[in-house]
Ligand binder design. Structure first.
Ligand code: PMV
Length: 334
């Protein structure tokens, strides 16, 4: 079986001596319109299906990295974390892939614009920024598809956070995963708006890694997931080409609800929703009945993201005064 360490060695050619004092990088959060849920290889994070996302451009992770001795020092949003903090442990385990010797330790300073581990895609921007910062520190000069492979090993959805805009992660078929990386799409959707409704900023009780395992391995509706993703991709790509935001929203909402249905049908059942999540969905559906063109998508957490055209922005803001609106393809309004 191919190990993550083999892939890292192959891509970095043992170039694990810093060529500058500090590496820095920024990567955007991405929100999947067609979700990744389920792995064919859990060490390499190789997915069972393709997925497709939109980057949030102005929301993401900024990371600085340098080397030290002793132990890894990981600062998240200005707080130096204990070495047994789950975030430090996961980050250090990933960094183990990049040490020239066991004594080589890293100083990481990372800041997320969104809550960490709450289903708001902070691990996607986090691992993409970390890989870009490592590339800067070690001077690998890897191309984005190679960096996408390395980011994917940290967190699957991070493979899509190397680019702004629309990004398609191709599942690939090779057992080493060298064909499982993301590719940016040329299309832009200047009128697309994404609204973030942060209903809970608490870290989710079950990681996406554990949630995927529970869904795939349990007796669930999961076997229906791959054909559904294939059908949704075949529909959404032409909708993107036509700039049809309403159709994109419809397909994305259907896809997200189908993903959550596979989780709820697992045994034991898995449900990331809170009562506020369902209440928010009903508010959206009722407003849609009244003519508001707005759709929802949800990841592995209770928070809801809205998909709509700029023409609906004033009505969306009236309905959800706390919504944080992002223009994925334009300059954010003050
Ligand atoms: O990258 P992970 O392991 O955090 O998984 C992300 C899974 C979803 O956010 C639910 C879907 C997706 O495609 O981003």
């Amino acid at each position: 079986m191919i190990r993550a360490q083999d892939i890292v060695t192959q891509l970095t050619s043992h170039q694990l001596t810093p060529n500058k004092s500090e590496g820095t990088a920024y990567a955007p959060v991405n929100i999947a319109l067609i979700k990744y849920w389920g792995k064919r290889n859990s060490e390499l994070n190789l997915p069972i299906t393709d997925s497709l996302s939109v980057g949030l451009r102005t929301l993401g992770t900024q990371t600085r990295i340098s080397i030290c001795a002793g132990q890894d020092q990981i600062t998240l949003n200005g707080l130096l974390l204990a070495t047994d903090h789950p975030f430090s442990q996961r980050t250090s385990r990933y960094l183990d892939l990049f040490r020239s010797s066991p004594a080589m330790r890293f100083v990481i300073d990372t800041k997320n614009d969104v809550p960490t581990g709450a289903g708001l895609a902070s691990s996607a921007s986090g691992y993409a920024a970390l890989v870009l910062a490592l590339n800067d520190l070690f001077g690998w000069q890897l191309d984005k598809s190679q960096l996408s492979v390395l980011a994917r090993i940290g967190s699957g959805s991070a493979s899509r956070s190397l680019w702004d805009g629309l990004v398609h992660w191709q599942a690939g078929t090779q057992s080493d995963g060298m064909d499982s990386y993301a590719v940016p799409l040329n299309q832009t959707l200047p009128d697309l708006r994404i609204g973030l409704l942060t209903l809970s900023a608490k870290a989710k009780p079950i990681s996406s890694r554990a949630g995927m395992k529970q869904t795939v391995e349990g007796l669930s509706l999961y076997p229906a997931w791959k054909p559904m993703v294939d059908a949704h991709l075949a529909q959404i790509i032409p909708a993107i080409e036509q700039g049809n935001i309403q159709e994109i929203g419809q397909i994305a909402e259907h896809n997200a609800l189908a993903m959550h249905a596979t989780m709820m049908s697992a045994f034991p059942a898995l449900c990331y929703w809170l009562p506020e999540t369902l209440a928010t969905l009903h508010t959206i559906w009722a407003a849609r009945e009244q003519g508001l063109p707005c759709w929802a998508t949800l990841d592995a957490g209770p928070n809801v993201k809205l998909i709509f055209d700029q023409a609906a922005q004033a009505d969306v803001e009236r309905l959800f005064p706390d919504v944080q609106i992002v223009r994925p393809f334009g300059i954010n309004l003050p």
